[in-house]
Design a protein around this ligand. Structure first.
Ligand SMILES: [Fe+2]
Ligand SMILES: [Fe+2]
Length: 162
């Protein structure tokens, strides 16, 4: 796919995040299962449900663009998932595992916030108001997930690992 226009960039970004969200649907339950603290497991589990809905939202956006939903391999999310797996394999203490998992989960949210923020801006420039409102809903969920993870991090998780 050659990128010539703003539309091309928008579609490219859409395929990228679609791939990423589908990967996260596979990975988040595994991360939740590994978490020691029930609070962290619940937070990840809840965001897993939101993520499933985000995939559906993206499919609606593809249709608004008269396209079949299709992902494009996104090395960014693969790297972040790889890091989360490393932490799960290498953490030797439960508290360190949770602090590491939390940080990995938050990196994913930051990545998504950045991607959705860009898609909202590009969608606005392209005058795609229906797509933009769907993207904004997801962006808000990503921000909420990030905030919840921050609250957990500032709470006991990191302190216990210290
Ligand atoms: Fe997401
Ligand atoms: Fe997310």
């Amino acid at each position: 796919m050659s990128l010539k226009t703003m539309e091309d960039l928008f579609i490219h970004g859409l395929k990228d995040i679609y791939y990423a969200e589908k990967k996260l649907v596979q990975q988040l339950p595994k991360m939740a299962k590994k978490a020691e603290s029930a609070e962290l497991a619940d937070a990840i589990e809840q965001h897993f449900k939101e993520t499933q809905n985000q995939v559906t939202r993206l499919e609606r956006i593809f249709r608004l663009c008269n396209m079949e939903p299709r992902g494009k391999r996104c090395p960014g999310i693969e790297g972040l998932i790889e890091e989360a797996k490393e932490i799960i394999e290498e953490a030797e203490e439960p508290d360190a595992l949770d602090a590491g998992l939390l940080a990995a989960a938050q990196s994913v949210e930051h990545y998504e916030i950045s991607r959705y923020g860009t898609l909202v801006a590009w969608g606005e420039e392209l005058g795609m108001s229906d797509a933009v409102s769907l993207l904004r809903e997801t962006l808000q969920e990503e921000k909420n997930a990030d905030r919840l993870l921050s609250q957990l991090a500032e709470g006991k998780l990191n302190r216990e690992a210290a």
